[in-house]
Design a protein around this ligand. Structure first.
Ligand SMILES: NC(=O)c1ccc[n+]([C@@H]2O[C@H](COP(=O)([O-])OP(=O)(O)OC[C@H]3O[C@@H](n4cnc5c(N)ncnc54)[C@H](O)[C@@H]3O)[C@@H](O)[C@H]2O)c1
Length: 351
């Protein structure tokens, strides 16, 4: 059995989960951690017993014994230069979403990965949840006939909204709806998105910045199926990083309704009222198990590298998601629908 050596760059909230998954995986020999916050580095090192730690991520890029790199840093504009350096050095990469900040950067990364024959995937963790996999299966095995329309509405707490908007200017489409756009585009393959319309609303965060509170995105696919994805980040605090999501898929022969609002487990305490544990997007460790998708997603990446298996989320798919959320933001700006692909003159002519 071939074991691999993995470096996690940026073991904050998500990177900490990734590092713990690596530390527990039988196919990982050495774990290395690069983090610029000494307190956080010490915390994750205590949990994972890494082979080495550093505050200089470039040391691991230069280290030929490291096979794979997981890039979990914020702010998000670090993803491109770090991914580029790792791929150019011949390392397999899992990068958190977004893959990059521009389409040109994404194209360059995909070309380097292909040229060097490397596994390259993007952290669209929701695909690794049982309920979401069930929707994918039910659409693809014909259970509900031909899909007609799909809706995903997601809202997270204002605490998380503050964290995200504090570090980046990216919109709810780019930072949050991106997961659900990826999910629905994956479910509906090989259909392609051809038109995007989007509207934002903002009353709370607008008091302090130009950040919206919520964004709706409507996408038309090339066979006429419609997608509606909503993403907001101003829910009252209820549980740290709480996320609630509701899915409806209507088909010609049936319908799917998925409640992912995490109300099935409640704790009600005198000191802080009702709380919903295990309700964050990546999930959390619970004693000997992990409740949520991020550990299994990390395991799949390790296995793809060590056992030469395909990755589930391809970088080309992540690029298509970026195309859609960039079009959504353009639609907000223009107040009108945007046709995809945006650089295809025949698509404009056909409108
Ligand atoms: N898949 C999901 O469900 C999901 C959920 C939340 C966030 N995310 C994505 O995951 C990524 C991380 O988000 P987070 O909430 O864990 O962020 P975080 O801020 O908690 O962690 C990021 C870490 O990167 C470290 N860092 C920054 N610059 C560095 C450098 N030069 N070298 C080494 N470390 C450095 C920071 O100190 C921090 O600890 C983001 O891209 C975010 O969009 C994904």
């Amino acid at each position: 059995m071939r074991q691999i050596n993995v470096a996690v760059i940026g073991p904050g909230w998500c990177g900490g989960i990734r590092a713990n998954a690596c530390a527990q995986h039988a196919l990982v020999n050495e774990l290395h951690l690069a983090e610029i916050r000494p307190d956080r580095l010490a915390e994750v090192a205590a949990e994972t017993d890494p082979t080495s730690t550093t505050d200089n991520w470039e040391e691991y890029i230069a280290d030929d014994s490291i096979d794979a790199v997981i890039i979990s840093t914020t702010p998000e504009n670090l993803h491109y230069p770090m991914t580029r350096a790792a791929l150019a050095a011949g390392k397999h990469v899992l990068v958190e979403k977004p893959i990059a900040t521009t389409m040109e950067e994404a194209d360059e990364l995909i070309a380097i990965a292909e040229g060097n024959n490397l596994k390259f995937t993007v952290g669209y963790s929701q695909r690794f949840k049982e309920k979401f996999a069930f929707v994918h299966k039910a659409i693809n095995d014909g259970t509900i006939g031909e899909p007609v329309t799909c809706l995903v509405s997601r809202n997270v707490t204002r605490e998380l909204g503050n964290k995200i908007t504090g570090r980046t200017k990216l919109s709810p489409a780019a930072m949050e709806a991106t997961h659900d756009l990826d999910f629905l585009l994956w479910c509906l393959q090989p259909r392609k998105p051809i038109r995007v319309y989007s509207q934002q609303a903002g009353k709370l965060f607008k008091q302090k910045s130009d950040t919206p509170d919520h964004q709706w995105i409507m996408v038309t696919m090339d066979d006429g199926t419609t997608i509606t994805v909503g993403a907001g980040w101003i829910l009252p605090l209820g549980y740290k990083n709480y996320s609630q999501c509701w899915i409806e898929v209507i088909g010609t022969e049936g319908a799917l309704t998925i409640d992912d609002t995490h109300k099935e487990v409640q704790i009600n305490r005198v000191d802080n009222g009702i709380q919903y544990p295990m309700s964050t997007m990546p999930g959390e460790p619970v004693d000997h198990v992990f409740a949520g998708p991020m550990k299994v997603e990390t395991d799949r990446f390790i296995e793809a590298v060590a056992l030469d298996r395909p990755v589930l989320v391809t970088p080309g798919e992540a690029r298509l998601v970026m195309d859609v959320y960039v079009a959504a933001d353009l639609s907000v700006e223009r107040g009108e629908p945007v046709t995809l692909p945006r650089n295809d003159p025949t698509a404009v002519a056909a409108q």
